[in-house]
Design a binder for this molecule. Structure first.
Ligand SMILES: Cc1cc2nc3c(=O)[nH]c(=O)nc-3n(C[C@H](O)[C@H](O)[C@H](O)COP(=O)(O)OP(=O)(O)OC[C@H]3O[C@@H](n4cnc5c(N)ncnc54)[C@H](O)[C@@H]3O)c2cc1C
Length: 380
């Protein structure tokens, strides 16, 4: 069993960590999708963050799942919303590259270099967890499709040029398909969707009113839900890691604060209450991190990891939320103020418990893998 990072992984880790500590932490309190930090995002794109899962010919880094996890963890130290945005673009381009044709792949190259941006739209107002129960339709017209419906809670929608949009293709049997949709197409309206955190991520809604697309917009012939799910097992561990990055940054800041702040004549770090609390959360963060990297290691070995991914997706963001909350309280009134940005971090990690599948849904997957499909309480 090998827990160490390679020299290359250590180099990548310090490159991203140093950058986010200098250019993201603190600065990010002012960011949103209008005051978007294009310079910072472009610097990170230069470092490869939009090509983590793409081959070199696509302008990508072709990182193994663990190395990509290291990048996401460090991005999460800086800003969870930015990490989520990068992950969402990466998942969309990974699917488009793998299942698309040459024209689609040209779009991927523009995204990996930062010239264009993409979002991934599955969720609708009427469904989220029940992700296959789509109302958005793609009606075949003979030489293309007409799309109608609404997508909501979409990361990057207000910043994107393209959307990998999942819809039900009327008339087909196994009929959920993916379409590469330019968001400036007639009949599309994108609106911001105000959230409790992750302001920088460009969270939005996409309205489709009889949107005409050429036949070439469709990505492959496979069920798009299944295409997406193959990627989701790894993305769940990447989400886990960027929430743990945020938790680790909070613990590091709290350790410094506890040694500097005095109460009742002594540094807070000398009292057992704060000491033990810090020790307990650091232990839980370390344990959650191991599960996340184990999941990614299995993915890299080609081993089954669906159950591990579901475990890490419910557990790590919960540990992260609780850790950041504890760190906020250990900072006293400063923690609750905007001075340290811990309140924002708490809101950001909270959203990650829901994104890409809620804790209940993850536990359903763990139960399905443990007991078998016949014991599931739903029939889809
Ligand atoms: C920050 C953020 C970013 C997101 N980005 C994207 C994106 O880029 N693209 C995209 O397509 N979507 C995105 N989403 C949407 C996300 O995938 C959905 O919110 C998520 O799948 C849950 O769906 P829902 O919100 O409709 O909740 P619901 O499905 O309505 O669930 C509500 C509650 O019921 C529980 N529940 C549901 N079904 C069951 C069941 N069978 N058994 C037990 N409990 C159940 C859930 O756990 C949850 O607690 C994002 C969400 C967030 C918060």
């Amino acid at each position: 069993m090998e827990f160490g990072l390679t020299n290359t992984q250590q180099m990548i880790q310090s490159q991203i960590r140093d950058y986010v500590i200098e250019h993201v932490l603190g600065e990010n309190l002012e960011w949103d999708d209008v005051d978007f930090p294009h310079d910072v995002y472009n610097d990170l794109i230069e470092m490869g963050v939009l090509g983590l899962h793409l081959p070199e010919e696509a302008g990508g880094e072709d990182f193994d799942p663990v190395t990509a996890g290291i990048v996401y963890e460090e991005l999460g130290r800086g800003d969870v919303g930015l990490a989520m945005l990068a992950l969402s673009e990466n998942l969309a381009t990974k699917i488009v590259w793998e299942y698309g044709d040459e024209t689609h792949q040209d779009v991927v190259k523009r995204i990996s270099s930062g010239d264009d941006h993409i979002c991934f739209a599955l969720t609708e107002p009427g469904q989220g967890s029940d992700a296959q129960n789509l109302d958005t339709t793609a009606e075949p017209t003979g030489n293309g499709f007409v799309l109608s419906g609404e997508k909501t809670a979409i990361t990057g929608a207000t910043l994107a040029d393209y959307c990998l949009l999942i819809a039900r293709e009327t008339g087909s049997t196994d009929d959920i398909r993916g379409y590469l949709v330019p968001l400036d197409t007639d009949g599309i309206e994108v609106q911001p969707y105000d959230g409790a955190g992750c302001e920088v991520s460009g969270w939005g809604q996409i309205f489709l009113d009889d949107v005409e697309l050429p036949a070439s917009a469709r990505i492959g012939d496979e069920n798009a839900f299944k295409m997406a799910m193959r990627t989701f097992d790894q993305s769940r561990a990447w989400i886990a890691l960027y929430t743990l990055g945020a938790a680790q940054q909070s613990l590091d800041e709290t350790a410094t604060y506890l040694t500097e702040r005095e109460a009742m004549g002594n540094p807070l770090a000398s009292y057992q209450g704060p000491q033990f609390e810090h020790a307990e959360w650091q232990t839980r963060v370390d344990a959650a991190r191991l599960k996340a990297y184990e999941t990614l290691w299995k993915a890299g070995q080609g081993e089954p990891h669906t159950k591990d991914a579901a475990m890490t997706k419910w557990y790590a963001p919960e540990v992260a939320v609780d850790t950041v909350r504890a760190c906020l309280v250990l900072h006293g009134h400063y923690g609750y103020s905007d001075d340290f940005g811990i309140g924002k971090r708490l809101q950001d990690v909270l959203g990650q418990q829901i994104a890409d599948g809620t804790p209940h849904v993850q536990k359903l997957i763990v139960a399905r893998e443990t007991f078998g499909r016949e014991y599931l309480s739903y029939n889809r």
